[in-house]
Design a binder for this molecule. Structure first.
Ligand code: ADP
Ligand code: MG
Ligand code: MG
Length: 250
């Protein structure tokens, strides 16, 4: 599904990613860990196509197609979802209305007409029940006065509604409390299938107790310096990153 080959990327003329190789297949969950400032969020942004980031070398393939020249919006329409893509507060626009717009925009890009209101309501009902989101929440103004947990709930709901092929969740937020963690983990576990893939970026091993990854990668200085299974996450929790840095710098 996702094939990243020797990816180099810079922001404001500063090289951040220095040769990333990563392959993610449908049905897989990958975790990306690594010390602060190693380039994890940059990688997520580059895959999603955020404008500030420039690919200087290498390639990003998504379902067999080169996507690194496409705008973020086009990638989203192809099924790439990055959490926190819409962190804005929109007073007066409810969670439901925002979701309707997002769905219909995606359909429009594919040359489809708006989803019939009846189908839309059914979809909203289905997904909100799956994720145990109550009706009151759906009528709240987007992100206005949302708690950390509510922001997460909204993000996961967006993901559920848009049914992305590849979901990238960048969980950098140090305010990820137990409640928010549970919301993210439950959501991912309920939404994952053999047809989609999830990349979870996290500092926290404890998130990976709930979302069990098939692969764990350590990003350091803009490179993936180690890959393994979930055991690697436990090892990192126990020993920190110093041993990895020593291995790399040896
Ligand atoms: P991580 O998510 O692993 O903590 P980041 O990808 O956020 O790391 O950052 C990697 C490096 O890139 C840092 O040195 C950071 O300061 C720099 N960086 C990331 N985004 C930007 C940006 N938009 N402008 C300037 N520097 C950036
Ligand atoms: Mg980050
Ligand atoms: Mg290319």
């Amino acid at each position: 599904m996702l094939k990243i080959d020797n990816l180099h990327a810079s922001v404001e003329d500063k090289t951040i990613l220095q040769g990333i190789n990563l392959e993610v297949k449908a049905g897989e969950v990958h975790a990306i860990m690594g010390p602060n400032g190693s380039g994890k969020s940059t990688l997520a942004s580059v895959i999603a196509g955020k404008e500030e980031y420039e690919v200087t070398k290498g390639n990003i393939e998504f379902n067999g197609e080169d996507i690194d020249e496409l705008a973020a919006e086009e990638r989203a329409h192809k099924g790439v979802f990055l959490s926190f893509q819409y962190p804005v507060e929109i007073p007066g626009v409810s969670v439901t209305n925002f979701m309707k717009t997002a769905i219909n925009e995606t359909r429009k890009a594919k040359g489809l007409e708006d989803m019939p209101a009846k189908d839309m309501l059914k979809l909203i009902r289905e997904k909100s029940e799956l994720l145990e989101i109550d009706r009151k929440f759906l009528s709240r103004s987007l992100n206005e006065g949302f708690s950390g947990g509510e922001k997460k709930r909204n993000e996961i709901f967006q993901m559920a509604m848009l049914e992305p092929k590849l979901a990238i969740l960048d969980e950098t937020d140090s305010g990820l409390d137990i409640d928010a963690l549970r919301i993210v983990a439950n959501g991912v576990n309920k939404l994952k299938s053999k047809d989609n893939a999830v990349v979870v970026i996290t500092h926290y091993q404890r998130l990976l107790d709930h979302i069990v990854p098939d692969f764990v990668h350590v990003l350091y200085n803009g490179k993936i310096v180690k890959s393994g299974t979930k055991e690697l996450a436990h090892e990192l929790e126990e020993k920190g990153y110093d041993w990895i840095k020593e291995e790399v710098n040896a």
